[in-house]
Design a protein around this ligand. Structure first.
Ligand code: ASP
Length: 309
């Protein structure tokens, strides 16, 4: 059903595999809501989390997901590890490999680093975000949130707004939403929206009002200043004026449109704080909730292959 050794990206996943993973995650989400403990399907397995870049939601969510399924979970403090002493990524991988974990969850600031690591170790690797490349579990949790709120995950119009250029969240979502036959509209200043995405079937506009017309889902992105090496925007104030989502701009979208954000949010830069907290339109908290469920499903599916190695 899920025929992959690793989860490195949305690229390469078939629609049926995405649906299977979301179905499993949805069952975990329902169980969590009803207060039923899941079966410890990862009992006896070791999960190592290696975050070479800071994370709040994703790291906590992977830890909880592994623990809820009974795995032994260890999170390495990579800032304090031998990496600082000059060890290469491959050396670190080989050291961890010798400890024979079953699952490794990796976040890294460089695109492609997680794929490289996966090619060197004997266990299943889950990409928790690599540079501006992919963040597959984020796109899956977004997809599950959309499916629950909209009742389907196809033939929707989804606007992804803001800093597309530096965003692995945008890339993974574009791939997933495209694979499930949705319309994807990218909105942002030309400096932050690479035209190359048109080749993936996305519509592109720098006009927020026009871009939001008739959309079912509005996905806002953080300005990824840590990945910007020049002046991509005039000022945060002007950016908010043109591209920050507030209740007024949202009026252009469908009346039942939902608002999403992967976090961490810059309130008053890409999104108005009051709108982000408005439970009638914002599903940001549900995204976090679905994150744990999706990661449980992903760990379980990969472990099924990993234990058979
Ligand atoms: N948390 C997401 C990521 O790691 C989004 C962001 O940082 O803006 O890519």
């Amino acid at each position: 059903m899920f025929n992959h050794r690793h989860l490195l990206g949305i690229e390469g996943l078939k629609p049926a595999e995405i649906t299977a993973l979301l179905d499993r995650a949805e069952a975990y989400a329902d169980r969590a809501r009803s207060g039923t403990a899941p079966s410890p399907v990862l009992a006896g397995l070791t999960q190592i989390n290696m975050f070479f870049e800071t994370s709040t939601r994703t790291q906590a969510s992977f830890e909880l997901a592994g623990q809820r399924l009974g795995a032994s979970v260890m999170s390495m403090a990579m800032q304090a590890s031998s990496i600082r002493k000059g060890e290469t990524l491959i050396d670190t991988a080989m050291t961890l490999n010798a400890m024979a974990p079953h699952l490794i969850v990796v976040r890294h600031p460089h695109s492609g680093a997680v794929n490289l690591l996966a090619s060197k170790v004997d266990c299943a690797v889950l990409n928790a975000g690599d540079g501006r490349h992919e963040h597959p579990t984020q796109a899956l949790l977004d997809a599950l949130t959309i499916r629950r709120r909209k009742g389907r995950l196809h033939r929707l119009t989804v606007a992804i707004c803001g800093d597309i250029a530096h965003s692995r969240v945008a890339r993974s979502n574009i791939l997933l939403l495209g694979a499930m036959e949705n319309r994807v509209r990218l909105i942002g200043p030309p400096t932050l929206v690479p035209r190359a995405f048109a080749a993936l079937g996305c519509e592109i506009t720098d006009d927020m009002q026009r871009g939001l017309e008739g959309v079912d889902v509005v996905m806002m992105l953080r300005l990824q200043r840590e990945r910007m090496d020049g002046g991509f925007i005039p000022s945060a104030r002007e950016y908010f004026y043109r591209y920050g989502l507030d209740a007024e701009k949202l009026r252009a979208a469908n009346p039942d449109a939902i608002v999403m954000h992967p976090g961490p949010m810059n309130r008053g830069v890409e999104i108005d704080g009051t709108l982000a907290d408005d439970i009638n339109v914002s599903v940001i908290r549900e995204q976090v909730e679905m994150g744990v469920a999706v990661r449980m499903a992903a760990l379980e599916m990969l472990a099924a292959g990993a234990t058979a190695l």
